[in-house]
Design a protein around this ligand. Structure first.
Ligand code: NCD
Length: 305
């Protein structure tokens, strides 16, 4: 059975085949051709304990395209509101024998806990600040599409890196794919521990940006920290916001990414976020669908085999 709770669940071959398959799906979707319903009559349950727009919708779109039945479990209207525990909820959902469960949770390793207690595939759609593997995979797909390669690129991740599961999964994935990684963050948003070696760190945008091929901006994830440490939005933007001037500093070919949701004119200026030449933000969203189609196939077909 294939779970996907973190990037290191995947072998190099798994990563390669998911990215190839995702590109194939993307080409078919772009041409408006019919997608083969490779997962017809499979059933998945989405369990989002935290808010989501793009991750949840793109998993649903991906599942629908492949012929999967999707059922949304809704935390607000669930029996957890009648004091049912998380464990009993997990055992109850598992007893209905879905083919896969997609989970987002504020607790560290909640998907790992579930994977140990369910017989279906468990796919992590983001847990605490630990991992968000499908976001990292769609980011890698987007970079490959824009730059043709990841090997040797300088990829700079900026802002609230300490609380970002997106950054955490990207460190693991992009370093395996041969990128040179940089981080730019104020001390209070800089991680204390690193899961991969060789990341260059900077506390000033002007020092870390020059020579970057990709600049990945992050939202200040105030729900995961004591927000009192963060300066007001205007001050943060002045110090760490990606403005046109700072983008120019990075170089003429530097491209901008952001997993969303964006906070306009906090971590990223309007004109940078909306620049069709330099911003890949909506490409990331579009790629979420074919990438998650490939992940569902990887997990569910592996499960059926
Ligand atoms: C991110 C998340 O939820 O981890 N968004 C996403 O899935 N695209 C980032 C965030 O919330 O800032």
């Amino acid at each position: 059975m294939n779970h996907l709770t973190g990037i290191n669940h995947l072998s190099d071959d798994d990563i390669r085949s998911i990215l190839v398959r995702a590109k194939n799906h993307a080409d078919i979707l772009r041409k408006g051709e019919k997608v083969e319903r490779t997962l017809k009559r499979k059933n998945i349950i989405t369990m989002f304990f935290e808010n989501s727009t793009r991750t949840r919708l793109s998993f649903e779109m991906a599942a629908n395209r492949l012929g999967v039945n999707v059922i949304n479990w809704d935390a607000e209207h669930s029996s957890m509101k009648k004091n049912e525990t998380f464990l009993d909820t997990v055992l109850t959902v598992g007893a209905m024998n879905p083919d896969a469960v997609i989970v987002r949770h504020s607790e560290y390793e909640a998907p790992v806990f579930m994977a140990n207690r369910m017989r279906c595939s468990v796919i992590n759609a983001g847990d605490s600040w630990r991992e968000h593997p499908t976001q990292a995979l769609l980011d890698a797909m987007t970079i490959l599409e824009a730059k043709g390669t990841i090997e040797g690129l300088t990829i700079t991740i900026c802002g609230d890196v300490a609380h970002s599961r997106v950054a955490a999964s990207n460190f693991l994935l992009l370093s395996r794919l041969g990128a040179k990684l940089r981080v730019i963050a104020p001390d209070f948003l800089m991680p204390h521990k690193w899961t991969v070696a060789g990341i260059e760190t900077f506390t000033h945008m002007d020092e870390g940006l020059p020579g970057s091929d990709i600049i990945m901006m992050l939202r200040n994830q105030k729900e995961r920290m004591n927000a009192a440490f963060i300066p007001d939005d205007i001050t943060f933007h002045r110090q760490y916001g990606l403005t046109r001037e700072r983008l120019d500093l990075a170089g003429k070919k530097a491209l901008v990414m952001h997993p969303g949701p964006i906070n306009r004119n906090v971590e990223i200026a309007d004109d940078v976020a909306d620049d069709p030449e330099r911003s890949l933000i909506l490409n990331q969203v579009s790629n979420g669908v074919p990438l998650r189609m490939a992940v569902l196939e990887h997990c569910i077909q592996g499960h059926a085999a």
